[in-house]
Design a protein around this ligand. Structure first.
Ligand SMILES: *Cc1c(COP(=O)(O)O)cnc(C)c1O
Length: 356
């Protein structure tokens, strides 16, 4: 894949801060790469984008997103391929999703060249920041906020689109314990559950904190009406293997975030000949399968963790323990297969890789 070159004004740092990164112990999100990308939308058009040294912003306290949460983001990763070049996994899918979020939040859509070429040129310039060790990556965070200096309530007219990046270390996904919640709700039809809006994260912190206090790692969100149909775990999509069928909630009803990892998992499993169903799945069906010895695997999917196996599932006073992960067929294979593709070690037969 390649894109036309966008005219970006580039100001380089005088001295790189790369030596601040401890390559043997990369702390995710602690250090940001030398440069950042920024584009302003005003008077109905996107102004010339810039790449400049990463720095603090100066904003009016009346800036509208700080008050009303007109803010969206994405999460993308760049990996080092066997030749040592950075490659980006499925950024066009993030771009399309970003614009679905933008539309729902009454924000302007970001043109393909600004989003994709912005990522490409930023990663190219900061290519030394893409770590090389196994399981490491450069996390890419595109985001957009409403910039009007106005605390009256109305959709804004000025917006800022930015991209920042941060090296990410190996992600050790110890199987997680899950609490199935039947009080707090993440998403409901007509809401913003299908968007990557900042508010979705803000509202999930309290319920997640409560579940952690109870001794669990993460929350399994259920529907807002009957509290029995599963949606997602924490900020990941969720898959259950019942018998020989892999099941994940379908994307209708606007309550599920359309994960790029989710789609990759479905695609890879179907190509392998595994039966995958996207449909409504109730906690009662999972519970019945567990009683019959048919609950084989359960895992979350997302850009950060890739595949996150679930150790146990607690619903009311019943705790369902999953079989040991070593016995799982699908999750283990998927994790390996995804890594092979993401690190460019396997032919990119799906056109998922953007070469920087
Ligand atoms: C980002 C996100 C995911 C995972 O999406 P990926 O594209 O696979 O990273 C899943 N659920 C929620 C709520 C998310 O915000």
């Amino acid at each position: 894949m390649s894109v036309a070159t966008l005219d970006i004004k580039i100001t380089k740092v005088e001295k790189s801060r790369i030596d601040q990164v401890d390559q043997s112990n990369i702390q995710f999100g602690k250090v940001y790469s030398d440069h950042m990308f920024i584009a302003i939308y005003e008077n109905g058009v996107w102004q010339q984008p810039e790449i400049k040294p990463y720095a603090n912003l100066s904003l009016s306290p009346a800036t509208t997103f700080m008050h009303y949460g007109q803010a969206i983001f994405e999460g993308v990763k760049a990996y080092k391929d066997p030749q040592g070049n950075p490659i980006v996994f499925r950024p066009y899918d993030n771009w399309r999703r970003f614009n679905r979020s933008a539309e729902r939040m009454a924000m302007p859509s970001v043109p393909e060249d600004i989003f994709i070429e912005g990522i490409r040129q930023l990663v190219d310039l900061d290519r030394a920041w893409v770590p090389g060790a196994e399981q490491t990556s450069l996390y890419i965070r595109p985001f957009m906020v409403a910039l009007d200096e106005f605390i009256g309530v109305r959709p804004a007219e000025r917006f800022m689109f930015m991209i920042i990046t941060s090296p990410a270390g190996p992600y050790y996904s110890k199987p997680v314990s899950i609490y199935v919640h039947d009080k707090y709700v993440r998403a409901f039809p007509g809401g913003i559950g299908f968007t990557k809006a900042a508010g979705n994260y803000g509202m999930s912190m309290y319920p997640t904190q409560k579940v952690k206090e109870m001794g669990y790692d993460q929350i399994l969100w259920t529907d807002g009406f009957e509290h029995k149909y599963v949606q997602e775990i924490g900020t990941m999509n969720v898959f259950f293997v019942l018998g020989d069928t892999v099941i994940t909630p379908d994307l209708t009803r606007e309550t599920i975030l359309e994960g790029v990892t989710r789609d990759s998992v479905i695609t890879l499993l179907r190509e392998k000949g595994v039966k995958v169903e996207e449909r409504r799945l109730s906690i009662d069906e999972i519970s019945a399968a567990y009683d019959n010895g048919q609950l084989k695997e359960a895992f979350g999917t997302g850009t950060a963790a890739s595949i996150a196996p679930i150790r146990s599932l607690t619903y009311h006073d019943k705790t369902m323990e999953l079989p040991p992960v070593e016995q799982w067929e699908n999750a283990t294979w998927l994790k390996k297969e995804l890594a092979e593709i993401r690190y460019g070690r396997k032919a990119d037969t799906h056109n998922w890789i953007l070469h920087v």
